[in-house]
Design a binder for this molecule. Structure first.
Ligand SMILES: C[S@@+](CC[C@H](N)C(=O)[O-])C[C@H]1O[C@@H](n2cnc3c(N)ncnc32)[C@H](O)[C@@H]1O
Length: 189
């Protein structure tokens, strides 16, 4: 069963357009990431999809304040357990990405990793997207941003980022679902 069908079967919500995320995964498939850091994990759906890009035994760090009620929190815990059962080392942080205590703990976890993937899908205000980028960009190799086309504030953040040291591109399914909002990718060069 593919992972999108797996999420549906297990009632884990995914706030992504399937085609956009599939295209991103195909594009990144040749890379061997050993770390996934996701800001804004919600129920863990996107982390489960992106885990397909990770080497066995990789580290997965998820950050979310989990403010969407009991059902969503249970789903998030279920996803973390499932990822652990697949052999990943999972570190869930319940809180905000700009919390300095959380950032400090995350830096200590990721200091030895070299091929990391960061997914920024938390607070979508321009200032906060840029803060997330500046807090973690130097610790990873590839950065994904959700909503770079359809969310004006994320779009502004995307255009503010100085991209000279990156190869950049955007995947956008123009005829897709409500969640087809554009995923921007920055790869270190
Ligand atoms: C669009 S949802 C993420 C969807 C998820 N990536 C998926 O595809 O299913 C945005 C999430 O970001 C979380 N969030 C908002 N501000 C945040 C912050 N500063 N740090 C971490 N998570 C944040 C919200 O609680 C919410 O669950």
């Amino acid at each position: 069963m593919d992972k999108f069908a797996f999420l549906k079967k297990n009632q884990i919500a995914l706030r992504q357009d399937q085609d956009e995320l599939e295209d991103v995964c195909k594009y990144l498939a040749s890379k061997s990431f050993n770390l996934l850091l996701e800001i804004g994990s919600f129920q863990g759906g996107s982390a489960i999809i992106l885990s397909a890009l990770l080497e066995p035994g990789s580290t997965i760090i998820l950050i979310d304040p989990l403010l969407r009620g009991e059902k969503a929190t249970e789903a998030f815990k279920w996803s973390c357990n499932w990822l652990e059962e697949q052999g990943f080392k999972v570190y869930p942080f319940i809180g905000m990405s700009h919390d300095l205590k959380i950032q400090k703990k995350i830096y200590s976890l990721i200091k030895d990793f070299h091929v990391g993937l960061l997914y920024i899908d938390g607070d979508h205000h321009t200032r906060n997207v840029l803060d997330d980028f500046h807090a973690f960009a130097d610790t990873v190799e590839t950065i994904l941003f959700h909503d770079v086309i359809k969310n004006h504030q994320v779009n502004t953040a995307w255009h503010h980022i100085y991209k000279k040291r990156y190869k950049s591109r955007i995947f956008h399914n123009k005829f897709g679902t409500n969640w087809a909002t554009g995923i921007g990718i920055l790869e270190s060069i």
